[in-house]
Design a protein around this ligand. Sequence first.
Ligand SMILES: [Zn+2]
Length: 497
Amino acid sequence: MTTTALPTYEDAIARFEPVIGLETHVELGTQTKMFCGCRTEFGAEPNTQVCPVCLALPGALPVANRAGIEATIRIGLALNCDIATWCRMARKNYFYPDMPKNFQTSQYDEPLCAEGYVDVEYEGKPYRIGIERVHLEEDTGKSLHVGGATGRIQGATESLVDYNRAGIPLVEIVTKPVPGLGALAPEIAKAYVTELRDIIRSLGVSDVRMEQGSLRCDVNTSLNKPGEEWGTRTETKNVNSLRSVERAVRSEIIRQASLLDEGTRIIQETRHFHEDRGDTSPGRSKETATDYRYFPEPDLVPIAPDPAWVAELKAALPERPSSKRARLREDWGISEIDMQSVANAGAVELIEETIAAGASPAGARKWWMGELARRANETGIDLADIGATPLQVAELQKLVDAGKLNDKLARAVLEGVVAGEGDPAAVMAARGLEVVNDEGALTAAVDEAIAANPDIAAKIREGKVAAAGALVGAVMKTTRGQADAKTVRDLILARLS
Ligand SMILES: [Zn+2]
């Protein structure tokens, strides 16, 4: 532990130039594992989604899952990569308790996709991040350390292994080193992972949830003095939120600057990021490729995608999320920041479909980003699975526009829709939630309110129109919120003028 005070970020970045690199693992959402027919459902009972192949029992032979290969190629194409016409899987040999084969089936010098790039935008400026490779491999199982306070191996009384995840297809996306970002390195790293997540989500090949580990990020950072060679890099693991990507780069720049100031050499090692403290601690010293004794996988045939098939996949790629967002932002008339929160909430397609079903952009956005987003946050359920469809939200908005529901009643109807009580019109009828438009009933309620509040009525007669609010409130109360506030106000003013 060093006792020297750490430099500030501004101080560190004024004297050193950072070079960053990102390695991102994406768990594919295929129905079955990469080399066997086991299911891949998240959160299943431990060791219920396993078979002789993914448990590596003697004699079991793998067969590649076409859906995994297709998804990897689509990711490669979306990242502007060249797709290999012929390549092989490789064995990456190392021992780990949660890896039953004692090797990982991965790719080494023959990745399926290589030499691409991703364009990201930060504060209106474009940055091109080079992609070195996109390759296919399999995930490991999961170790659980129990009996201790922290869930870590230190202090645990026993360790259990769950092999459900072992063999789920994993795509690793490796950037080229990115120099020249200066003080913006942390922000651009975050912008890159955000863009990558959006692109992969648009392809529908993974749910890319960082908190569930279906998108995991390792961040490489090194520092050098201007004009000097690149420094030794460290690899920060366990970065499992977008915000943490930014924080991990920043904290590593500060830490390395402090060591370099002391004249200490940076060691090539992995480091663990701690969400709570926002800094890193050392992991293992980094293995080099030779430590893994890679060799071509003899149990699997080479992958030789037909160029015509690849061309078909390329032609069928969806619109790039960033261009789609720019187009929709214009159509909907909203700011960049509002569009970003829509994207972060996973609401772009939902709002788009709601508008297609007849709602106004403002109306569609109001329900998805208001009431429904709040509910999604509270319950931890995805907005898309919240229980209301774009069609239903469009119908709700139409009822509001037609004056049949006011804002408060519409919320109650939406609650019924989410609870599975049916479409908005049905919920409205069943719960008796329609706005009272019956002039006679409203006039009676208005007269009653005037009679009960003579002082307020007198003020309004004297021209103090603002006082009408209290009477509107009284009428809304007697009609149990089912009146249209503006109509009530108009009636009161007409009565007292
Ligand atoms: Zn299996």
